[in-house]
Design a protein around this ligand. Structure first.
Ligand code: ZN
Length: 381
């Protein structure tokens, strides 16, 4: 199937100007000022993108694909995410993880869900493990999961500095990081150590310890929820100074926190934004009593990105890196993902001038049109 997206203003994330994009099956085949519609080769779909902005599909590096939560008992376990909830959020690649509950949820189930979503049209990866250390795996070890299971790209989210963590010792965490590193090397994967950081006073001091006292490079670690407290944001600045990377969970304060990190010397390439989507979102009254539970939306990534542009005046091309090029880099996927370039996967968002999501293409397939899902998951109505 051949498609041509015509006359859109393209951000690769770099601003390329008004271009036509040729899509051949699932890949971007050609980009030029004008691509004539070929004849005699079967059906060619032409999409008029005049007045529209084209960007790479967003990559969300932290989604609870089979649900999360459960901290308030069995009724607070969130359900599985459905395809269109991801695609209508402009996301074409996700990394799934378990979370607090590694007992009633398991890696086999997460792997099956990731495979299902991939078959339904988006691109998926998973972290092996849940909050605890030693952590839950598919094959019995982090190392062999990374070597043997295609979708596993690292270990996480491992909880540190949190009342819900297994209170892992420094040596347990060092061993876990070494497993991820060697498993990543043998499996040809990034072997990321994805750390859920709670509001405990130690924050990510264990990463600073490892960087100083072990051979494990700072690039192995990707701590998330780094905007949770002002102290963590300070540590994020420090980690960036050491050449590390930080992930912020999208929310009301996140765009401002990106601006703050940049002001304090972090490079934009060191920052990513993920949704923590489909996890449970407890709602508290003014006295701190639990009054209800919601489900985290993957759309917060897009909303935060838009706020970076519209409220904090980050150029579109820069803000896009947070949600496209940067996560593609830590996933070791820069040739395929996070860019509009010849040979890359045809993961493309079509936005209005006001940056509203119009259409979403995932591996060449139109998943969303005029903001509404065109393709539904198997059990969606
Ligand atoms: Zn978390």
């Amino acid at each position: 199937m051949i498609k041509i997206l015509k006359n859109g203003t393209v951000y690769s994330p770099d601003h390329l100007g008004i271009k036509d994009i040729l899509i051949v099956h699932d890949k971007i085949g050609y980009i030029a000022d004008e691509i004539p519609v070929p004849r005699g080769i079967g059906e060619v779909q032409v999409h008029d993108c005049s007045g529209k902005i084209l960007t790479p599909g967003f990559i969300d590096g932290h989604v609870h694909l089979i649900g999360g939560g459960g901290e308030g008992g069995p009724t607070t376990r969130t359900p599985e995410v459905m395809l269109s909830r991801i695609t209508t959020a402009g996301i074409t690649t996700v990394v799934g993880c378990l979370g607090t509950d590694g007992i009633t949820r398991n890696m086999a189930s997460l792997l099956a869900k990731a495979r299902a979503l991939e078959a339904e049209g988006i691109t998926t990866f998973i972290y092996t493990g849940s909050y605890e250390v030693p952590t839950t795996t598919i094959t019995g070890s982090i190392r062999s999961d990374l070597v043997l299971i295609d979708k596993v790209i690292g270990v996480g989210e491992i909880a540190i500095s949190d009342h819900r963590s297994s209170q892992p010792t420094r040596d347990q965490l060092a061993h876990l990081a070494a497993e991820a590193r060697v498993g990543g090397m043998l499996g040809g994967k990034p072997g990321i150590v994805h750390l859920h950081v709670g509001s405990g006073s130690e924050g990510i001091s264990v990463i600073f310890d490892f960087v100083e006292n072990t051979e494990i490079p700072v690039s192995q670690f990707l701590p998330t929820h780094m905007g949770r407290t002002p102290q963590l944001l300070d540590q994020a600045v420090e980690l960036c100074r050491l050449g590390g990377r930080v992930d912020l969970t999208a929310g009301r304060r996140t765009a401002g926190q990106v601006a703050q990190l940049l002001q304090h010397g972090a490079r934009i390439e060191q920052i990513t934004i993920s949704s923590d989507g489909n996890g449970s979102m407890p709602r508290f009254d003014e006295k701190g009593n639990l009054v209800g539970l919601g489900i985290g939306s993957p759309k917060t990534v897009y909303q935060t990105w838009k706020e970076c542009v519209q409220k904090y005046e980050l150029p579109i091309s820069q803000a896009l890196k947070l949600v496209t090029e940067n996560p593609a880099a830590y996933l070791d996927l820069t040739d395929l993902k996070g860019r509009i370039a010849v040979g890359a996967d045809a993961d493309i968002l079509v936005l209005t001038e006001q940056l509203e999501i119009d259409s979403v293409f995932a591996r060449g397939r139109e998943m969303v049109r005029e903001g509404k899902p065109l393709v539904l998951g198997t059990f969606e109505e």
